[in-house]
Design a protein around this ligand. Structure first.
Ligand SMILES: Cc1ncc(COP(=O)(O)O)c(C=O)c1O
Length: 385
């Protein structure tokens, strides 16, 4: 019997090693891993440059504290500022922590309390991140939920126009709702939120925990759109390619609200995670690498759409870059299990969605293997319907 609290429904797979897009289990099975540790291993398992940076840092020292001068923090922060177009960076350990910090920063900087987020959003499991999450099932049993949060329909700019006023402190939004079902935000919605926030002196916070770090073929997904200008961006997951790290990027001026002693984290910005991030942000600055990600993922998406036309079991293919959702006509769980039996690892998201998050380094050959397996499973399911 397990001594772990059963908050995760575990698969019967025990990993023993992993490299690139492949994971080997204790029973010798080789899986094509399109979960990437739930959108974390954007550069794949055991990425050489990440490994070299981490090993070099391990050999020097592991932890001091944020009281010391740590040039690696400055280096990664300035690279993140450059990539995001924002100015100041705070490091923490996870996506939920990044959102907690962003929400605290927004309240303190604006002096206002009202935060608007979207229905079906996901922002994390801590109290403020949970309150920001627009899914009642995630709140159940944890009340009282932190006050000051309201939820509006995603992609419905009119609803935001009606609800927002000068008491709005911030809007928190994902560019593509990940856990909610891989639902892309429209450019007009996100650009409209930028304008509404400016009008009401509210802050636009974009949660790039899952969409960031190259996942959509851009360093951050909002960078695809010219008129989407966040005041604060949060990220985590892919930023450490498997080591725990989160970051909040904020525009100049907001740092006044986060002076010494106002917020902090013992482990946030630790040199080991930052060594991994150093390799990740270097890749994010490599336009040739990102162009390849966009090209490979567009091809894969097209192939999936062709497949969807051939089968009756897929309702819709959605997403951008390597953040892809296959909305099935029925519950996605049996498809995920059938794919797993064929050695392809995938995830759920929202209702009826099979989510594919392959590493950005995946090859066309590996994508073709996945297409074949998905096609086989769809054919079997079509026959049994
Ligand atoms: C968009 C988004 N925000 C926040 C989180 C929470 O991140 P973490 O699990 O690192 O706290 C997630 C995790 O799935 C996420 O997808």
């Amino acid at each position: 019997m397990s001594s772990l609290l059963p908050v995760y429904k575990k698969w019967g797979i025990t990993p023993v090693k992993a490299k690139g897009a492949w994971l080997t289990a204790a029973d010798g099975k080789e899986y094509l891993d399109f979960t990437s540790g739930i959108g974390v291993l954007n550069l794949g398992h055991g990425h050489e440059e990440v490994m070299e940076e981490v090993q070099a840092q391990l050999a020097k020292f592991w932890h001091t504290s944020n009281l010391f001068q740590l040039p690696i923090q400055e280096e990664v922060a300035s690279q993140l500022a450059l990539l995001s177009g924002l100015d100041k960076v705070f490091f923490c350990n996870s996506g939920a922590e990044a959102n907690e910090a962003a929400l605290k920063l927004a309240r303190r900087a604006t002096g206002k309390t009202n935060i608007i987020t979207c229905r079906q959003s996901f922002h994390g499991r801590t109290f403020a991140a949970m309150a920001a999450t627009g899914q009642s099932s995630i709140h159940t049993g944890f009340g009282p939920i932190l006050e000051g949060f309201s939820y509006l329909p995603f992609n419905d700019l009119d609803a935001f126009e009606k609800e927002m006023d000068d008491s709005t402190a911030a809007v928190l939004v994902e560019v593509i709702q990940g856990e909610g079902g891989v639902i892309p935000g429209t450019e007009s919605f996100l650009a409209g939120l930028t304008k509404l926030c400016q009008k009401h002196d509210a802050l636009l916070i974009i949660d790039e925990v899952q969409t960031g770090n190259g996942r959509t073929g851009y360093p951050f997904a909002y960078l695809k759109y010219e008129h989407v200008n966040p005041d604060i961006v949060t990220t985590a997951k892919g930023l450490g390619n498997g080591l725990p790290i989160g970051a909040v990027m904020a525009r100049e001026g907001l740092d006044q609200a986060f002076s010494a002693g106002v917020h902090g984290s013992t482990f946030g910005g630790n040199p080991i995670s930052l060594a991994a991030s150093k390799a990740v942000v270097a890749k994010m600055a490599d336009e040739t690498f990102l162009a390849e990600v966009r090209e490979k993922s567009a091809w894969f998406m097209e192939e999936l759409k062709k497949l969807a036309e051939r089968t009756s079991v897929i309702k819709e293919i959605r997403g951008d870059g390597f953040m892809i959702g296959l909305e099935m006509q029925t519950d996605s769980a049996p498809y995920i299990m059938s794919l797993q039996e064929k050695n392809l690892l995938t995830l759920t998201a929202g209702a009826n969605v099979v989510r594919l998050l392959p590493p950005l380094t995946v090859t066309k050959e590996e994508l073709s293997i996945a297409l074949e397996k998905i096609s086989e499973v769809c054919e079997i399911e079509s026959l049994t319907l």
